[in-house]
Design a protein around this ligand. Structure first.
Ligand code: IVH
Length: 685
């Protein structure tokens, strides 16, 4: 560790560097160094700060990981109130807005406007004193907000320290205002993971952002990929800016992200035209917006126009058509998703929501139906937020007639009629049938995906396409694909087909651990797969070990070889046995072997595998070493250990009091070794 002065200097350098690179990455989307290099700098910072905690400053990037939970949020008074906006729902109301401005100013003049997307997140204020972030708060009731400084520090797009704007001063004090939001993709991923964990789902990205921001434990906030756009300041008068356009440029110079879809409009008609253009782009944006804010561009004019009680006179929110409406819930059907989960889907009386006809909406899972108390025949409130799948918000119980019917989850899978099961503690009902067609899709997508063999060019969409056109039904079919067959499909070309086929061929070299993980056996993830591959050098060896335990001779050691692998519990062992003893699975694996997939454990570095071809069965007790040690030695040298007599066994090692296995081995003509011969085989003793 460096001496304190050196540490201080190094910390200053690291803070500067990390803040600079965070701005390049999160704000400008133009990184100059790799993630690895960034992490290295970050770890060095953490190490030095760990040594000298008193050197941690208010702008240290280490604060971005969150800190100890707060007992409650403190209230902060905004120096200038955070106002809300008046709404306009059509073009006429926007023209009325301009007329009101003209009347107020007793002028016939027209105005230039700044048009900005109205972001659907949470308004916050962040105070910077001499360039360093000091306090961050929610809007609250406009006058008092909640102090959420630690949470706001975790958002990478919010600078901890302002950048020096070229040719302009850094403000002594500035209250930056803007919107914290959760991108739609992150919202979906968050809800997916909450569904897997049986946690209640967020209704929309805005609620998810609010829930994430109002965490007393900022370490939780740090895990949510929140983002931020700046759109204003508490008091523009003190800044070197004459217009809202200049203010946005100034904020960008200070290091903030400003929205790329803002436009300066020479008059109200241009602003209205931009509003209609924005409406058509709305569903393509990676975040949600619910309208467009139109602001008088000139800051001096804004000052003259001033505020009404709750909203400024100089701005208005042009709202998109409502994305909520009511309709009838006609029925509920159940679909088997990619994850094997059974999802209830509402069949609705078709209705126009925010310009799109909607006839179906997700009900997520059984608990959500119960929580919302939905019944078939109910009038329901539905919403469509951005391009998020429409969903049922709640029933309107006041309009019930008394003939509404409760919704029941099915007992059997709608695809394959296999009984469904719901594990206690999980919200999800599943079909556990390994041959369920829906499950098969899932298995294939898992096999080619990141957690499987990670075959480039064969993502979920491509696999679904291959299944849909009938080119692929099961995993082995992937290895029978040809460039010509792929290239003929919609969306594929010669080059992408060649690349995919090359990637498929390359996947044949995957290690045994990856291959086991790719099979997607329940309760057997990447860690278990790794453990198994250490004990069993080949897939065959693993399959031998999963044979039903035969009690041909009742000696110790003929126990389940799977359970002898440290880290493999009964659940995983049972699941492995069920999987590998399924004739369809065995057939599939045999096909894969014929197609050239013979995954092996990565050989231990420099290790020899002299017993590679041997399958050894033990019987009787050994005098010079324990059965477990003997087995470990065999495995370490690349051999396999069998738990019962079979055609696969190549050698029987006989200790004292050998039982029926000896007789059987003699009948089968298997090589029989006594203890000394075995000792010689494994090299001494
Ligand atoms: S300006 C005094 N600009 O809209 C001016 N607000 O109803 C008010 N909002 O709570 C703020 N995007 O959360 C402004 N580009 C934008 C905005 C925006 C979203 C939200 C903000 C505020 C609400 C006002």
């Amino acid at each position: 560790m460096p001496a304190k002065e050196t540490a201080q200097e190094r910390l200053r350098f690291l803070r500067e560097a990390l803040n600079f690179h965070a701005h390049r990455y999160y704000v400008l989307d133009a990184p100059l160094i790799s993630d690895g290099e960034y992490d290295q700098l970050f770890h060095e910072l953490l190490a030095i700060e760990g040594q000298y905690p008193d050197l941690i400053s208010a702008d240290s990037p280490s604060l971005r990981v969150g800190g100890a939970p707060l007992p409650q949020f403190e209230a902060v008074e905004h120096r200038f109130p955070m106002l809300s906006l008046e709404n306009a729902f059509n073009d006429d109301q926007l023209r009325d807005f301009e007329e009101r401005l003209q009347r107020f100013l007793k002028s016939e003049a027209t105005f230039a406007y700044m048009a900005e997307p109205k972001l659907d997140g949470l308004a916050v204020e962040i105070i910077y004193e001499r360039g360093v972030m000091t306090i961050g708060s929610t809007r609250g009731d406009g006058r008092f907000g909640e102090q959420i400084t630690a949470n706001l520090r975790t958002i990478p797009a919010i600078p901890l320290k302002l950048r020096q704007p070229a040719g302009r001063p850094l403000p002594e004090l500035i209250e930056v205002r803007g919107e914290v939001y959760l991108p739609i993709q992150s919202f979906r991923e968050l809800n997916d993971s909450r569904q897997r964990d049986g946690e209640p789902l967020f209704a929309n990205p805005r609620n998810a952002a609010a829930g994430s921001l109002r965490q007393l434990d900022s370490r939780i906030t740090a895990q949510r990929p929140l983002d931020f756009f700046a759109y204003g300041v508490g008091e523009p008068a003190t800044l070197p800016c004459a217009s809202q356009s200049e203010l946005l440029r100034y904020l960008a110079d200070l290091g903030f992200k400003t929205n790329p879809l803002t436009r300066t409009c020479p008059d109200i008609n241009a602003a209205i035209a931009h509003f209609h253009a924005l409406a058509t782009e709305r569903d393509r944006l990676p975040y949600e917006i619910d309208g467009m804010v139109i602001k008088v561009d000139d800051l001096a004019l804004q000052q003259r126009l001033g505020n009404k009680a709750r909203s400024p006179r100089w701005a208005i929110a042009a709202k998109f058509p409502a994305s909520q409406t009511t309709t009838r819930l006609n029925d509920v059907v159940f679909s088997i998703g990619r994850t094997g989960a059974v999802t209830p889907v509402a069949v609705l009386e078709p209705v126009n929501v925010g310009g799109v006809m909607v006839s179906r909406a997700t009900l997520h899972n059984e608990d959500e139906i119960i929580r919302k108390d939905l019944r078939i025949g109910d009038l329901v409130l539905i919403q469509r937020a951005g391009d998020v799948i429409p969903e049922v918000v709640k029933p309107i119980p006041e309009s019930r007639q008394g003939n509404e019917k409760p919704i029941r989850m099915p007992d059997t899978c709608p695809e394959c009629r296999h009984p469904l099961s719901r594990v206690s503690g999980e919200a999800v009902t599943r079909c556990l049938n390994l041959h369920c067609p829906a499950q098969r899709i899932r298995a294939l997508i898992h096999f080619t995906g990141k957690a499987g063999l990670d075959i480039e060019g064969l993502g979920g969409k491509a696999v679904e396409q291959l299944l849909a056109v009938g080119l692929v039904k099961d995993i082995p079919d992937l290895y029978r694909l040809t460039v010509d067959a792929l290239a003929a499909l919609e969306g594929w070309g010669e080059k992408s087909a060649e690349n995919a086929i090359a990637a498929i061929a390359g996947s044949k070299d995957a290690s045994l651990a990856r291959f086991i993980a790719a099979l997607g056996i329940r309760h057997v993830g990447e860690v278990s797969a790794e453990l198994l591959s250490k004990s069993f050098p080949t897939l065959d060896a693993l399959m031998v070990a999963t044979r039903p335990v035969q009690q041909t001779d009742s000696e110790p050691g003929s126990a389940d070889p799977l359970r002898e692998v440290e880290g493999i519990g009964e659940q995983a062992a049972a699941s492995l046995r069920e999987y590998f003893n399924d004739p369809a699975v065995r057939d599939m694996l045999a096909q894969l072997a014929d197609l050239g997939l013979n995954p092996r454990s990565q050989e231990p570095a420099g290790g020899e595998q002299p017993l590679r071809e041997m399958v050894i069965l033990f019987t009787g007790s050994l005098s010079s070493l324990s059965r477990n040690e003997a087995k470990a030695r065999v495995k370490a040298m690349g051999g396999q250990v069998a738990s019962a007599m079979s055609q696969k066994v190549t050698h029987l090692v006989c200790g004292d009091k050998a039982g029926s296995k000896l007789k059987k081995a003699q009948e089968l003509g298997i090589t029989i070794l006594d203890e000394n011969q075995f000792a010689a085989l494994i090299g001494g003793r």
